[in-house]
Design a protein around this ligand. Structure first.
Ligand SMILES: N[C@@H](CCC(=O)N[C@@H](CS)C(=O)NCC(=O)O)C(=O)O
Length: 216
């Protein structure tokens, strides 16, 4: 049986992608809380020994350190025969949304939420720029989900797991009220949360939290 260790911090939606995928596949993992706020991932020692890219999450798979959630999700989907593709066309669709998520949706929502909620004096110009970008991306996703229950069609896939991660944290952190602003996204999040075994981010990622500067 594969032994997993997940290096994470609780506010990390990227970590949640892997924690949720493992959980939905019936797998357990040892949580390795990491002092992201204290700057440990910026240290030369951590980069030399844990992740040369200086990022969380890192998934240890029987001792092998894997990074980048998209290829890890693809690997887990193949290993467990869950949330992957059943045809070449579906594989293309999954990759298309995974790349879009990493570059656009997660890239901007994560940066916006982190600056807004977890730093003491965010630059308003930078925040406004991020917000304009995420409004556009959320609109694109909401449109896409109006005519289909999940990202690639009738069944949930790793593309959904990847894209839902940052949208599953408490709304006040990113200042989002998705049921009011993007009802198709809110309905899709509800369908994902109804999957057997689903758990919310802070239930899967325990431990000391960053100070949150915005009120709940
Ligand atoms: N594309 C990466 C993104 C990972 C990522 O950006 N992680 C954040 C924390 S959730 C991080 O470590 N950021 C550090 C930085 O940007 O310097 C993935 O999917 O694993």
């Amino acid at each position: 049986m594969t032994q997993y260790r997940l290096h994470y911090f609780p506010e990390s939606g990227n970590s949640y992608k892997l924690a949720l995928m493992l959980t939905l596949c019936g797998q357990s993992f040892d949580p390795v809380w990491t002092d992201f706020g204290g700057g440990v991932t910026r240290t030369p020692q951590w980069r030399a020994t844990v992740n040369v890219m200086g990022e969380i999450p890192v998934l240890e798979d029987n001792g092998e350190k894997l990074t980048q959630t998209a290829p890890i999700l693809l690997k887990l989907a193949q290993r467990y025969g869950r949330f992957g593709e059943t045809s070449e066309a579906e594989r293309f669709e999954i990759l298309r949304w995974l790349f879009w998520d990493n570059h656009k949706l997660t890239g901007y929502v994560a940066s916006y939420r982190y600056s807004r909620a977890f730093t003491s004096s965010p630059d308003p110009t930078v925040l406004a720029h991020f917000k304009r970008r995420i409004d556009d991306f959320l609109g694109i996703l909401d449109n896409h989900l109006r005519d289909r229950p999940f990202a690639i069609g009738d069944r949930p896939s790793i593309a959904d797991i990847s894209m839902m991660a940052y949208l599953s944290f408490p709304g006040h952190e990113a200042g989002l009220d998705l049921p009011a602003s993007h009802p198709a996204i809110a309905a899709w999040l509800g369908r994902m949360a109804a999957l057997p075994g689903w758990k919310a981010p802070y239930d899967l990622l325990p431990g000391k939290r960053l100070h949150c500067y915005v009120p709940a």
